[in-house]
Structures are given as C-alpha cells and as structure tokens.
Design a binder for this molecule. Structure first.
Ligand code: 5GP
Ligand code: MN
Length: 335
C-alpha cells in the first residue's frame, strides 16, 4: 500500500468511482463515504456509494443518502458498478470480509483500491494506496485530512461538513473519548467557520427514535443485564424474541453497550444480540483493557483498543456462557 498523498495528482482525472464501507454502516462509515462522495463529485467524477447492507433510519437525513446503493437489495447493479470502476475507496474497515457479500467482487476487482481507515491491523496488501491511522478519532476526520492535504480545502461544502461532523461526533461519543484530540476540535472549528450548524446534526442522530426503542432499553436494562463485579464487567444479551417484541430495527441497539460502562468501576461492557445469521458482539472498555485483542482472540472480531465487535455462530446461551468463562482469564487485567 503506497502513501495516500501519491494518489492526490490523480484526483483531477475524471474517473468512475465506487465508495464503500463496512456492513451495517454507522455514522462514521456513512458520513465518511458521503463526505468523500460530495468531494469527488465536485471534480466531475462519476461516483456511487455502495453500502454492503442496509443502515439505521437515523442516517436517512444525510445529504446524498438517497443515492446510496444497498448491495443486499441491488446486487447485480452493485457488481456491475464494482467491475466498471476505475477507483474503489474502502472506508472505515480494515479487512474486506467486513463488507460481507461484497468481499469477493471487491477482491476480484482489478482497479485501483484505496483504503482510508482507523482500525487496528488493516489488510494493507489489498490496497494500492491508503492510509491507516489508529490514532485518528474517526474515518470522517481522515477524509477531512485527505481533502485538506490534497490542496482542495476550497471544495469543503456544507453538505460535506454535515456528513463529516456526523462521524466525528458518533465515533468520539460526542467528543468525550480519548481520541478527541486538538486536531478534532480544530477540524470542527473549521467546519463551524464554514457555516455548519451542529445541533440539528446531533438531534437527527440521537433524538430520532421511536417510543418502542426507549421501552426496549428499559426492558433490557431490567431483564437482560448481568454484572460481574469481581471482573469489573457487565454483560447484556438480547434474544430474538426481544427484538421481535419491541420491533427492533437496524441501529436500534447501537449505543446500548455504553450504558454498561456507566456503572461505577466497570471496565468492560459487552452486549450480544441474537441476529438472524449470527450472534453479534459489541465490546467497550475503559482505560488499558484492550478489547481489540479480546475480540480477535475469542470472538472472531476486532476494532479498536476501547471499542470492538465480534461474532459467533453458537447459540446465544452458548456464546454468552463462553464470554463468562473467558473473562476469568482476564481477572488481573480487569482490576
Ligand atoms: P460496534 O460494536 O459499534 O459494532 O463496533 C465497534 C468498533 O469495532 C467499530 O469501529 C467497528 O467498526 C469495529 N468492529 C465491529 N465488529 C467488528 C468485527 O467483526 N471485526 C472487526 N475487525 N472490527 C469490528
Ligand atoms: Mn469509524
């Protein structure tokens, strides 16, 4: 993988471009993809964002999202776009299998692939150009850096600002995680100078759920949470019946894991959701406990030091029991 600045001279050659991100895109994945989309469009490129799967409703206000192709619904169209592309930008994921059914067409595509990502241990050999920086708050911050470093900061528009602010806000937990550096605040200051209104963005993302989701959270906190004080760990498990009872949609379980870390002294929070195809894990930690390694070692996943995810093909009961066994190995590190 060559340094991303070597790609900058090619920006002005009109090209067919695909931008993609990890499955079930969150605010950072969708925000970075759409921010880059508006930027590249301003050069006259033919740009399409392809999402590997559907996404949460609370992203539907984002400028340009109505043009995003959901690969699970429009597979033939997605395949054709990938095979015709000159460049494919891969944003906010480190390994191609995080694009689910797109992994194979992406691997086979012979065009120029570019990575912009902040997860640990990227699959660098799969990309011609790229930047992987785990110290960055978000892929949105990296797309901002990309735009500024390329010498085209004059192309930053309000639409780009809204998209990029979204991912920086969501991935930093609204500017509270340690990844919230001075550069993050400088970037936001720049976007504000350009005229960004941040309150509507915050409200569109966080104050946009149905009543059922709030009742679901209450139910889960009461009935589906276990706390293991000897390991400073809290676990939440959500059954298929729970998802049906409260009509839970993509995105409705996002953020739930953070409640676990609000208990005094808790250093590891984990939630497992019984999805159709797999049991999906989310891990969050405070301080030095490394949930990237934890997810990689025990739950077929990875991510960042303090936030990671994983999966299991076992039943909900089995994978939850496995978790309760595994934390015993980390009793010292969790003190
Ligand atoms: P979440 O718990 O919100 O799904 O994910 C937390 C962080 O870990 C995000 O940065 C996400 O991209 C990453 N992540 C989630 N699941 C996986 C996974 O299965 N593999 C890897 N490598 N990263 C993941
Ligand atoms: Mn991210």
């Amino acid at each position: 993988m060559q340094a991303i600045d070597l790609f900058f001279p090619r920006l002005t050659t009109v090209s067919k471009v695909v931008i993609t991100m990890h499955q079930k895109p969150d605010g950072d994945a969708m925000g970075s993809a759409l921010g880059l989309y508006h930027f590249l469009q301003s050069f006259g490129h033919d740009v399409t964002v392809i999402s590997p799967t559907n996404w949460a409703n609370f992203l539907d206000w984002m400028p340009g999202i109505e043009k995003v192709v959901d690969y699970e619904r429009w597979r033939d169209r997605g395949k054709a776009l990938i095979s015709e592309a000159d460049w494919i930008f891969c944003l906010d994921f480190n390994v191609l299998h995080r694009t689910k059914h797109m992994e194979q067409p992406l691997t086979q595509a012979q065009c120029t692939k570019i990575l912009i990502d902040h997860h640990e241990q990227p699959q660098a050999e799969a990309f011609a150009y790229g930047i992987s920086d785990t110290s960055k708050s978000s892929t949105c911050e990296m797309v901002y850096d990309f735009i500024v470093a390329s010498g085209h900061a004059d192309k930053l528009s309000i639409d780009i600002a809204k998209c990029l602010y979204t991912g920086v806000m969501t991935d930093t937990g609204s500017f509270r995680f340690p990844s919230t550096t001075a550069s993050v605040h400088r970037m936001v200051a720049h976007l504000k100078d350009l005229g960004l209104e941040h309150t509507p963005v915050h409200e569109a993302i966080y104050d946009n759920f149905l009543e059922t989701r709030l009742r679901f959270i209450g139910y889960a906190l009461l009935n589906r949470m276990e706390v293991f004080y000897e390991y400073n760990t809290a676990l939440m498990y959500i059954t298929k019946a729970d998802l049906q009872r409260f009509d839970i949609k993509t995105g409705d379980t996002e953020g739930l894991v953070n409640y676990l870390l609000t208990i005094r002294g808790i250093k590891l929070g984990a939630i497992v959701v019984d999805r159709d195809e797999e049991r999906k894990w989310s891990f969050r930690s405070k301080g030095h406990f490394d949930v990237n390694t934890f997810a990689r070692t025990h739950f077929e996943g990875g991510g960042h030091h303090n936030a990671s995810g994983g999966r299991s093909s076992d039943s909900l009961e089995t994978t939850a029991a496995h978790f309760k066994e595994v934390i015993k190995l980390y009793q010292n590190q969790l003190q």
